[in-house]
Design a protein around this ligand. Structure first.
Ligand code: H79
Length: 455
């Protein structure tokens, strides 16, 4: 009886193994099928060594300047004005003839970014209105052919950035309210644009790839392409792999990122979060977004607009902006801070002043931001931590008491100091965590930075 039972058991075991093997083979075949057929998720992507080097530079850089500049600035109503005011293509096409930014000074822009402590610039090559801000040969809907200004601002900026050691990214809109082949149309840029009720999306994507080829061929080293607009047609075939491969072939070191508010697709090298820290969703854009393992960036506006907005005076404060930079670093992300230059090529003086104030702060505290990674403790109500080697920086963004206990993270502590003047602080590692005392006069309204040396 015992033997029979044992036999039965053994027999059953063999059955299970066989079933398991069949299931395994099936899953392997399914995986191979997905890998070859699924155009988005199945492709394996191996970033080149140059690309990995740029990723590391990017993570160390921490702070960049976002620039939204296009012919829309003439109307002073933001970069969405064409859609918001439902201006048909044939009327919108009149705007470039008024765009004459005679005060544009690439040197002044780059100096401003440097003075703010920014290490890179991301500028709109083409926004949703479809207007090219460079000397494109693929279409004459561009700054050189259609504006009285007639000069290639991207070229001037690229040359200046190169001279000054600032890296340059191009923001490029996949969504296009102007091109007739952007069809079927998405959720924006509807029939009011006056475009034909037919078109060939593949032709549009060929056009986009041709324009990207220009940007990645004629403007020297490009740090990356910052895509936006896929969300306009969520289920379209965007031929991502073809476009991403093209970019990686033309400039292997360039990073690809896309503001599609989803988990990254193969071929992407960094992940961005619009107006939110990674994992947050105050805007409602990031509901489907999953925080991945790629280098991260969060972008935010200096007032409430991306493109120049005449009536927008909701400028953020110096404190808001510095604290956002610090929080981003604590979340292991870069901060890409946006300004929208005016139609004359100048930047609003309030914005220049704010950037200068950020620069003053970062000249003192840069060591606690640049080159760091998110620290051992995730964000808390009181602030965040950053880390570089054996130094951990505790950024107290909201703390008014003379002592604090933070969770310990299993490291022995060599010293605890006020970062700015190296005042040593009394500390103790105890059952509740790491406690230290901060003299009241050392508490800083923006960020009390504590430097902890670990063993
Ligand atoms: O390029 C910037 C925006 O133009 C673009 N992404 C950033 C980086 C963007 N596209 N969509 N959105 C941001 C979110 C959409 C916001 C909208 Fe609206 C709310 C579109 C219409 C209502 C904001 C407010 C834009 C126009 C009015």
């Amino acid at each position: 009886m015992n033997i029979r039972i044992q036999n039965n058991v053994r027999h059953d075991c063999i059955g299970t193994t066989k079933k398991f093997r069949i299931l395994l083979t099936f899953m392997l075949l399914l995986f191979l099928y997905m890998a070859t057929v699924n155009p988005l998720h199945g492709q394996s992507y191996q970033p080149s060594p140059e690309n990995l080097k740029t990723r590391e530079w990017f993570q160390n850089a921490k702070f960049g300047l976002f620039i939204h500049w296009g012919v829309y600035s003439v109307l002073g109503d933001g970069e969405w004005v064409m859609n918001q005011q439902q201006i048909p293509v044939n009327i919108y096409e009149k705007i470039p003839s008024f765009f004459n930014p005679t005060e544009f000074d690439a040197k002044a822009w780059v100096q401003m970014a440097k003075a703010a402590g920014m290490k890179y610039i991301t500028i709109t090559s083409k926004h949703h209105d479809g207007f090219a801000m460079w000397d494109s040969k693929v279409s004459d809907y561009n700054i050189v052919k259609r504006t009285p200004y007639g000069k290639d601002v991207l070229k001037m900026l690229a040359d200046e950035c190169k001279k000054e050691g600032i890296k340059l990214f191009f923001y490029h809109s996949q969504l296009d309210w102007h091109h007739p082949d952007y069809f079927p149309r998405g959720n924006t840029g509807g029939s009011w644009t006056g475009r034909p009720e037919s078109g060939d999306m593949n032709k549009y994507l060929d056009y986009m790839d041709a324009q990207l080829t220009e940007l990645l061929t004629n403007y020297g080293e490009v740090a990356g392409i910052w895509f936006d607009g896929m969300w306009d047609k969520k289920d379209a075939d965007w031929r991502l792999q073809k476009t991403y491969n093209l970019i990686h072939q033309l400039q292997p070191a360039a990073l690809v990122g896309s503001n599609h508010h989803r988990a990254p697709y193969p071929g992407e090298d960094f992940q961005m979060f619009e107006k939110d820290l990674p994992g947050h969703n105050t805007t409602g854009f990031s509901a489907e977004s999953k925080v991945g393992t790629l280098p991260k960036e969060t972008c935010e506006t200096i007032n409430n607009s991306w493109g120049f907005h005449l009536k927008d005076d909701k400028h953020k404060s110096k404190k808001d902006l510095i604290q956002y930079l610090v929080k981003a670093a604590g979340y292991d992300a870069n901060f890409l801070l946006n300004i929208g230059p005016m139609p004359n090529g100048k930047i609003q003086p309030e914005h220049v002043a704010l950037l200068n104030e950020m620069g003053e702060w970062i000249r003192i505290y840069g060591e606690t931001i640049y080159g760091t990674r998110g620290g051992p403790l995730t964000a808390r109500d009181w602030g965040v931590t950053t880390q570089n080697g054996n130094k951990v920086y505790v950024h107290l963004l909201k703390w008014f008491d003379e002592s604090i206990t933070i969770p310990s993270w299993g490291k022995k502590i060599k010293s605890v100091k006020i970062f700015q003047d190296k005042t040593p602080l009394k500390f103790s590692l105890n059952d509740f965590g790491l406690s230290f005392k901060i003299p009241k006069d050392k508490l800083n309204e923006i960020d009390t930075v504590i430097e902890i040396e670990i063993l």
